[in-house]
Design a protein around this ligand. Structure first.
Ligand code: PXP
Length: 250
């Protein structure tokens, strides 16, 4: 009889604090401060913190990103587009992880993955600059499609972040199964190409466990923002993060 406990990979939980800044900026005030939220998130068990410095600075500002780069003790994930100015800031901050995302000014949130195939040259050049500046890991945010994952490996990514938005929005069991099959296929393609697998977008207290249970090969990292910030408004930041930590740990 095998008495060894089965080893199960518990993914890192990175908390995105963009929407703490959204709330602060709604009143052009000083609070709530995403730097304080990040501190509380880590104290409550998060493995790291994510911010997206958008070209239009609608939530996170350069001041926030610089303070966080100096204070986050776990993994610091700086999300950005390939815009020259933000890539320059990212190179200067040299975070543990840079996640490259597409960006359109009129979107409410990031609405889809990168088209790595058509943007390969620009993405490769950004990844090269980031690696040269000492950024530990460069991830491309992609839809769960085999060709995008393969293109990410060819363009110099170390990791992909799989877009879980379609899974989160799927209604009905069959639709959800279909999105999970696509995520699984993309994760397997990434693993075969030597890429690490992260995931995020739309994950919440209802769907995160279902996603992680179905993820095979398992994802190494999840990035969760809106659901945690929304829950924090009700129960406080630490409790909201603790609840999510427990879910991710299973
Ligand atoms: N991953 C990426 C690349 C994102 O752009 C976002 C949204 O900012 C997230 C994860 C987090 O998504 P959500 O706020 O829906 O949890």
């Amino acid at each position: 009889m095998d008495l060894q406990p089965a080893t199960r990979l518990v993914p890192n939980l990175l908390i995105n604090v963009d929407h703490v800044a959204t709330l602060r900026n709604a009143r052009r005030a000083a609070a709530p401060d995403p730097v304080e939220a990040a501190f509380r998130a880590e104290a409550a068990g998060a493995d790291g913190v994510v911010v997206h410095l958008r070209e239009d600075r609608r939530h996170i500002t350069e001041r926030d990103a610089r303070l966080l780069a100096g204070t986050v003790r776990g993994k610091f994930d700086f999300e950005c587009s390939t815009d020259d100015e933000v890539i320059g800031i990212c190179c200067d901050l040299a975070p543990d992880l840079a996640t490259l995302v597409p960006e359109r000014r009129e979107e409410v949130t990031t609405e889809g993955g990168l088209d790595v195939r058509s943007g390969a040259e620009r993405l490769r050049s950004a990844a090269d600059q980031l690696h040269d500046a000492g950024v530990g890991e460069v991830a491309f945010f992609v839809d769960p499609a085999r060709e995008q994952v393969e293109a990410a490996a060819e363009a110099g990514a170390d990791a992909i972040e799989l877009h879980t938005g379609d899974f989160a929005n799927a209604s009905g069991r069959d639709a959800e199964r279909n999105t999970l099959d696509r995520l699984t296929d993309a994760a397997a393609t990434a693993e075969a190409a030597g890429l690490r697998v992260h995931a995020g977008h739309g994950l919440d207290y209802r769907n995160t466990r279902r996603f992680l249970d179905a993820a095979a090969p398992p994802v190494e990292e999840v990035s969760i923002g809106f659901a945690v910030v929304a829950r924090a408004a009700m129960v406080g930041f630490e409790d909201a993060v603790r609840e999510m930590t427990r879910l991710v740990e299973g």
